[in-house]
Design a binder for this molecule. Sequence first.
Ligand code: ADP
Length: 418
Amino acid sequence: MLLSIHIEHTKFKNHIIFRMKILVLNCGSSSIKYKLFEMENREVIAQGGIEKIGLKDSFLKFTLPSGEKKIIEKEIPEHTAGVQLVLDTLTSKEYGVLGSLDELDAVGHRVLHGGQAFSESVLIDSKVEKAIEDNIELGPLHNPANLKGINAIKAILPKVPQVAVFDTAFHQTMPEKAFLYALPYEYYEKYAVRRYGFHGTSHRYVSKRVCDFLGIKQEGTKIITAHIGNGGSLAAVKDGKCVDTTMGMTPAEGLVMGTRAGEIDPGMLPYVFSKAGLDAESFNTLVNKKSGLLGISGVSSDMRDLISAIESGNKRAKLALDMFEYRAIKLIGSFVAALNGADILVFTGGIGENSDPVRKDICDGLSYLGIKIDEKINKTVHGKEQIISTPDSKIQVIVIPTDEELTIASDTEEIVSK
Ligand code: ADP
């Protein structure tokens, strides 16, 4: 297919350098986050986000080229108006970084749920849109918002190619034994009830990046990636392919998270429903928004707040942290078992990248595997790529900051260049 791609050419020692500008959009139900990449240097040249779409006090917050942050308060009734505001800001005389929208070569979208239809990123056409729509049942909060973003770009910039990058795609290589729940098999056949897994773009990026960082091939490696942020999940990655992950049919399964419970006994449902007077919807809110660190501590879902509360002697905050770390230790151990041994453990996500005490506690709980971290080095690592294990550790432990937006931009570049 011939795509109309605007490409700036620069002659450099007889090579032509292609300079694509790619906009990455992450559309939520009431928000739009964006980053504009100049792909030659893989540099972010503009970024920001809209919040509270559909509410009276909606606003756009963005970073000026000088690094200064600016807020524009404006009523943004729906996503097309939001995308239009982002594009106007990118081309604005005052704050813009683009001369005109003709400079925009492609748009990459973060799409939550690809269901079983997508195992990789794809160029968006009507069939892809239909498949994203078909998966709304599986991603009821996110897929409709993702589609709104896609439709907004289609309406405003109909000639600009768009690419969908799915949170679930990387996990599609899991074998049946890992992705099935032991419910009657018809539930999988009839209703597609299975583990899908999320944070796939992050797990894919860090599991590849760690190999580049170490100068090794992905083939022959057994890696556990721990994406621990407000949401959290582990992936077991063998030869560069995901073989298991802790999030399930929805992002509520697995680790203890900021506001999500992670794994619980499904048999408790009838009891909890009747005791607390819950129905399916309120239970969903309970396990996704009121549980985890927030639910146990009663203080906050945010790790930094929790650590301050612990320092002031709050016992429930300490219990929440203990539970958070204990679950991570247990599930990492189970993934070492799933892989029949592991070579590398990667920490990423807001907590994994920044919280050296949490990394230390988790690694201490895995000392039976021969994991040893260099405490002095660990303490200095905040948001940078660094080996934190000692040379004699049986499993290398490495911090790799995730970059989901860059991965989306790179996939988009690759797909539209074809
Ligand atoms: P999200 O899942 O929303 O993308 P992030 O990956 O940004 O979230 O992670 C947010 C979490 O990271 C919060 O709990 C925050 O407190 C935690 N975090 C960020 N920086 C630090 C830090 N320096 N020490 C401890 N926790 C941190």
